[in-house]
Design a protein around this ligand. Structure first.
Ligand code: SF4
Ligand code: FES
Length: 232
């Protein structure tokens, strides 16, 4: 831990090989992120973690920390761009939070609150992907997927099952279930899988367990995302 860089003027120590986001995380400084999870290799898809390093924008989840770097994160410019990225994610899917079981426990929603997102701003895409309710214990609503690939990485690298994959190109990219039928019921997925626990939004939902926590007591009701374990 002999090296340091500065993040918004604050000195951040880092170990050899750590990324900017990992070092900030260890120092208790919040950089918004959605596709990064400390248990997995960075994916670099959401771009919410973008910072300016020595004047140039880069994703802090993939950028290795180097001694003496000057990193800017909490600026009007960068947060404005993060807000626009969040708005894009909202309009690309069907994020009707008032009827979503993950509301109050959702990283996308909490990030939008953190960034002061007041409206979707862009036109909605209104995708209409069929819900997969075939599994006895789990419901999949693909219309809320933000393609972070955390479930793909968790199922492949931790569960050793390869239940999920991303398919298609461009705006047609979507999450699929790796079964001939395409149905979750035809995989060996269980609620005990790591992949069942990592979705930052409301795609992978346990059945018979919705709306169990009263409003006011949900995770991000109690503390903004910048003060939670996801936020660090
Ligand atoms: S289902 Fe959830 S964890 Fe999987 S890619 Fe979509 S948003 Fe990410
Ligand atoms: S957290 Fe870095 S690109 Fe998503």
């Amino acid at each position: 831990m002999s090296h340091t860089f500065t993040l918004d003027g604050k000195t951040i120590p880092f170990a050899e090989g750590q990324t900017i986001l990992q070092a900030a995380d260890a120092a208790g400084v919040f950089i918004p992120h959605l596709c990064y999870h400390p248990d997995f290799k960075p994916h670099g898809s959401c771009k919410l973690c973008t910072v300016k390093v020595n004047g140039r924008q880069t994703a802090s989840c993939t950028m290795r920390a180097l001694p003496g770097m000057v990193v800017e994160s909490e600026t009007e410019e960068i947060n404005g761009e993060r807000r626009a990225l969040t708005q894009m994610l909202f309009v690309e899917g069907n994020h009707f939070c008032p009827s979503c079981e993950k509301s109050g426990n959702c990283q996308l929603q909490a990030t939008a609150y953190h960034l002061g997102m007041m409206s979707p701003h862009f036109d909605h895409f209104f995708p209409s992907r069929a819900v997969d309710a075939s599994h006895p214990d789990v419901l999949l609503d693909f219309n809320r997927c933000i393609l972070c690939s955390l479930c793909v990485r968790a199922s492949r690298d931790v569960d050793g099952k390869n239940v999920f994959a991303l398919s298609g190109r461009g705006i047609k990219t979507h999450l699929i279930v790796n079964a001939k039928s395409g149905r979750l019921a035809d995989t060996d997925f269980t609620l005990a899988d790591k992949a069942a626990q990592v979705c930052p939004v409301g795609v992978i939902l346990p059945k018979r367990l919705g709306f169990a926590v009263p409003i006011g007591e949900r995770k991000y009701d109690k503390a903004p995302i910048s003060e939670t374990t996801e936020g660090r």
